[in-house]
Ligand binder design. Structure first.
Ligand SMILES: [Zn+2]
Length: 418
């Protein structure tokens, strides 16, 4: 059945502009074929959906996604889950994400090598609902780095793949390529959650990072990096990492380095986790004293300063906030858009553009996704209310009257049918 859908009487937000406009949008198969202003075009054979003044906008793109992070309290918990259960729970998260209006997701690491890959392939085969997915492997790390939870007396899996030296790192990368990932994720800096390698340390060596980029280039894969320290940001820029996450403690030189490559790199604060651990931690058993002992409020301040600066410097910033922990439950991902407005100084349409157009570029689909434009892929949302007046509306799934991915209706509230 070749589908044709005409969405009439919408307030169209095109994915970039400051304002919406009254219009009608026709979708044939999986493409937007007509964006009409003014008078309603004839329906022809199309099924008509009456938007009744709702916002019609591009589907959201989660730019720092961990589909296999299943609302755990600690990183080590991810290692406890058997692959079979973990796959099902990852598939569940894929559905949850699409239910919340995210029609695309760029993975910032999977907790086991094939979780993203298997779920991506199942989504593409039509076996399960979920967003367009760029699959990553686990975070590649070194002994004692983020993702290594072992002790001398205790073997313990976590969410990292651990290697030391270029040979070991190369083998991990080649293995992940063999297993079908789209993106290699490398942990360059430490993290607050690692006792002896905090966020401002840089455990990875240059020759180890070079291997990741070399393998990725050879096989046409993307690279993403966990980089909180200034030194790690500098290394990521120097080696040509495609997506540099966090950058919280970037100093002036690191900010300059990022700006020098702003046309080829993406950055992402993964701010939801930073914000929630400081401001909502009490509710999930992370008392303020614990947050302070881990220097989380300091990181929060650093992250805010960094992204105010990166916004002004014209970097391409993606939303996505490390959702998938107890403190950042899956499905609350759209909170990041509101945080971009509240803390980084983005106008609502700019923050929404980070969550649509910029995300689409990160997906490698910038010329056919992330905008309501003729010829573009039909990933569309109908939202009750004016999202430019209040971006937080997107956090309420009750307001998502329609979710369309690739021309297919994932959700349509009955009152919109005519
Ligand atoms: Zn992450």
């Amino acid at each position: 059945m070749s589908s044709e859908i005409l969405i009439v009487n919408a307030q169209v937000w095109d994915g970039a502009s400051e304002r919406r406009f009254a219009g009608h949008v026709r979708v044939v198969a999986n493409r937007i074929v007509q964006v009409a202003r003014g008078e309603r075009p004839p329906a022809g054979n199309a099924r008509v959906i009456d938007a009744a003044g709702m916002t019609l906008m591009p589907g959201l793109v989660e730019g720092h996604c961990h589909l296999s992070f299943v609302n755990v309290a600690t990183n080590a918990e991810l290692g406890e889950i058997a692959p079979e259960e973990h796959t099902l729970r990852t598939a569940h998260n894929a559905r949850v994400l699409l239910d919340h209006g995210f029609t695309s997701a760029f993975s910032a690491a999977s907790a086991k090598p094939r979780l993203d890959v298997a779920v991506r392939d199942a989504i593409n085969a039509g076996l399960i609902p979920g967003p367009r997915l760029r699959a990553a492997g686990p975070e590649i790390t070194v002994s004692g780095g983020l993702g290594d939870e072992r002790r001398l007396h205790l073997y313990r899996e976590s969410f990292g793949l651990i290697g030391d030296g270029p040979v070991a790192i190369r083998q991990i990368c080649r293995t992940l390529v063999r297993e079908g990932v789209d993106t290699l994720k490398i942990n360059i800096s430490g993290d607050e959650f690692v006792a002896n390698a905090r966020a401002e340390t840089t455990p990875l060596d240059d020759d180890e990072l070079a291997e990741v980029v070399k393998v990725a280039r050879r096989f046409g894969k993307m690279t993403a990096a966990h980089a909180r320290s200034s030194a790690s940001v500098m290394m990521a820029v120097k080696h040509g990492i495609d997506c540099i996450y966090h950058c919280d403690f970037a100093d002036e030189a690191a900010l300059d380095a990022l700006e020098s490559v702003r046309d080829r790199v993406f950055v992402g604060p993964a701010f939801g986790l930073v914000y929630n651990t400081v401001h909502r931690g009490e509710a999930v058993g992370m008392p303020r004293a614990v947050a302070e002992a881990m220097h989380l409020p300091r990181k929060f301040e650093a992250c805010v300063a960094t992204y105010q600066a990166l916004r002004k410097r014209g970097l391409r910033v993606v939303v996505g906030g490390d959702y998938g922990f107890t403190v950042t439950p899956f499905g609350t991902n759209a909170q990041d858009i509101e945080l971009f407005v509240r803390f980084f100084g983005y106008a609502p349409h700019e923050a929404l553009h980070c969550a649509t157009g910029v995300g689409a570029q990160l997906m490698g689909l910038g010329d056919e996704l992330g905008a309501v434009r003729e010829g573009f892929l039909a990933d569309l949302l109908l939202v009750r209310g004016d999202v430019l007046a209040d971006v937080a509306l997107l956090q309420d799934t009750g307001r998502l009257a329609m979710i369309m991915k690739d021309g297919a209706l994932h959700k349509l509230q009955p009152q919109t049918m005519t």
